[in-house]
Design a protein around this ligand. Structure first.
Ligand code: GLA
Length: 506
């Protein structure tokens, strides 16, 4: 090689090296963090970054959450980005610190005060991988025929409140065993519902497979059926569920057929991962799609809409074939959460009825963070609301008091009354409230609630409860005794956070 040629080659190599180092020192690109979970599924977080001088823009996708980068500082040697996601009235933020080390991005997730920072390693991913998929074409609105199910509010158990991601095949069998043998089945509890985190990947034909925690979904359904019970499952219209597992996006019909083939009797369909794709005013069409798919599946499947009471779901829930719809955000096992949800439901009474119910979320009874008096209020209020009674506790290890509460036939009869009328708040004085539910035989259930911390002497005039004539006696549904109620008003001492629940005849 001549000297001139050598010099030329050196210049070219230098140029390549400079160009290479420039490219490597640029954060621009799609980066992925891969996190394998014990259940065999893999969680992926994508950082689609564009670096322009000292500004970084782009998106962060943490499975079901999709953030726009709204703030940034620094560059490859050290940067901070903040992603923002607006959902309904809630604004969520995530912040990552990072730097480029060789070919990798070293990241430190700062998800908020008190939450320990998490170190992550991101590799380059092909452009577009992990991008939030587009909106699917939405069907024209029409009425999905009523499936004939849930003539009274559904009763059963759901895994989420107690187990969250710890639910597995054994836990579902144990819940079914307990329900079938401890008196709950006789009391009317029927559905054993698997909530989020059962999903695995899809196979080459797009069929959803359960993850390692559920080796054989059909066998599990057969087992639950063998106990005289029914089984439920959970999915989302989005690509991912709330816990980041595979959703039914673009597989709605296929999933409905799979559920039917497994022998599933109930589907809870959770908006969560769909919020990045569809607007709230598209929700009806999105839910209709699964309503149609269930109707075409060849199996009667209770359809539970879970979208936290957004978009006035009670006005269109029955149109999409919904048997129940959530009216609020998630319940927690606390007096504040339960009472805030339960006592806010009065105005929704006109929308409940046989086949279609307002759902103020599942029961927390027996989960340990409320007193038994508060759990009694929870059970009483949910029954007056004609709410679904889905126990959410450990059915194998509950105290006799909790079991007795969950299986109180008198209270359940109020909930399950065939007229399906939701009760309303008819009287309020300070922190005391009286709720009344009209029953099919003309009698009425009355709940006198004391939301205050201390016990209170409550006096309510019968006409304030809708009675023209004062009754002479009533049945106390917790003590199972008949009480004399002479006079123009009802008077009782109600413990703090407690209730007196009465049945008053025609
Ligand atoms: C949402 C629902 C809950 C539960 C979780 C599962 O938060 O409202 O009831 O299903 O998702 O991830």
């Amino acid at each position: 090689m001549t000297k001139r040629k050598m010099k030329g080659l050196r210049i070219v190599l230098l140029a390549i090296a400079v160009a290479g180092s420039c490219a490597a020192a640029d954060l621009t690109g799609n980066w992925v963090v891969t996190d394998p979970l014990n259940d065999g599924t893999v969680r992926r977080a994508y950082f689609d970054l564009k670096q322009e001088g000292d500004r970084i823009t782009g998106h962060i996708r943490l499975t079901q959450f999709y953030y726009n980068i709204t703030e940034s500082t620094g560059g490859p040697d050290g940067f901070t980005v903040t992603g923002t996601m607006k959902d309904d009235k809630v604004v969520r933020r995530v912040t990552y610190e990072g730097k480029l080390v060789g070919d990798d991005l070293h990241l430190l997730a700062r998800h908020g005060k008190g939450i320990p920072a998490i170190e992550m390693l991101a590799h380059r991913a092909p452009p577009g991988e992990g991008a939030m998929p587009p909106k699917l074409p939405l069907p024209a609105l029409h009425k999905v025929s009523y499936n004939g199910l849930a003539k009274t509010p559904p009763m059963g158990w759901n895994s989420w409140n107690k187990l969250a991601s710890r639910v597995d095949d054994a836990a579902v069998r144990a819940a079914a065993d307990a329900m079938a043998s401890n008196g709950m089945k006789e009391a009317g509890y029927l559905y054993v519902n698997i909530d989020d985190t059962w999903q695995g990947e899809r196979d080459a034909q797009g069929y959803i497979l359960p993850n390692k925690k559920f080796p054989d979904m059909k066998a599990l359904a057969d087992y639950v059926h063998s106990k005289g019970l029914k089984i439920g499952i959970y999915s989302s219209p989005g690509p991912n569920t709330c816990a980041g597992y595979e959703g039914s996006y673009a597989h709605e019909e296929q999933d409905a057929r799979t559920y039917a083939q497994w022998g599933i009797d109930y589907l809870k369909y959770d908006w969560c991962g769909a919020r990045n794709i569809y607007a709230d005013d598209e929700m009806q069409a999105v839910y209709q799609k699964m309503g149609d798919a269930l109707a075409a599946s060849g199996r009667p499947i209770v359809y539970s809409l879970c979208q936290y009471g957004r978009a006035d779901v009670w006005k269109w829930g029955p149109e999409v074939g919904g048997n129940l719809w959530r009216t609020t955000g998630d319940i927690r096992d606390s007096w504040e959460s339960m009472s805030k949800i339960g006592f806010s439901q009065s105005d929704l009474a006109p929308y409940a009825g046989p086949g279609h119910w307002n759902d103020p979320d599942m029961l927390e009874i027996g989960n340990g963070r409320m007193t038994n008096i508060e759990y009694q209020t929870h059970m009483s209020l949910w029954s007056i609301l004609a709410a679904p009674l889905l126990a959410g506790n450990d059915l194998q290890h509950m105290s006799p008091e909790i079991l007795a509460m969950l299986t109180n036939h008198d209270v359940i009869a109020v909930d399950q009354d065939p007229a399906g009328k939701q009760g309303r708040c008819l009287w309020k004085s300070g922190e005391q409230e009286a709720w009344v539910k009209d029953l099919a035989d003309g009698s009425r259930a009355i709940g006198i609630f004391n939301r205050a911390d201390d016990s209170a002497d409550v006096r309510v005039k019968w006409p304030d409860l809708g009675f023209k004539k004062a009754p002479h006696h009533a049945r106390d549904l917790w003590s199972h005794t008949t009480v004399k109620v002479k006079g123009p008003e009802y008077a009782a001492t109600v413990p703090g956070h407690g209730v007196v629940l009465l049945l008053v005849g025609k």
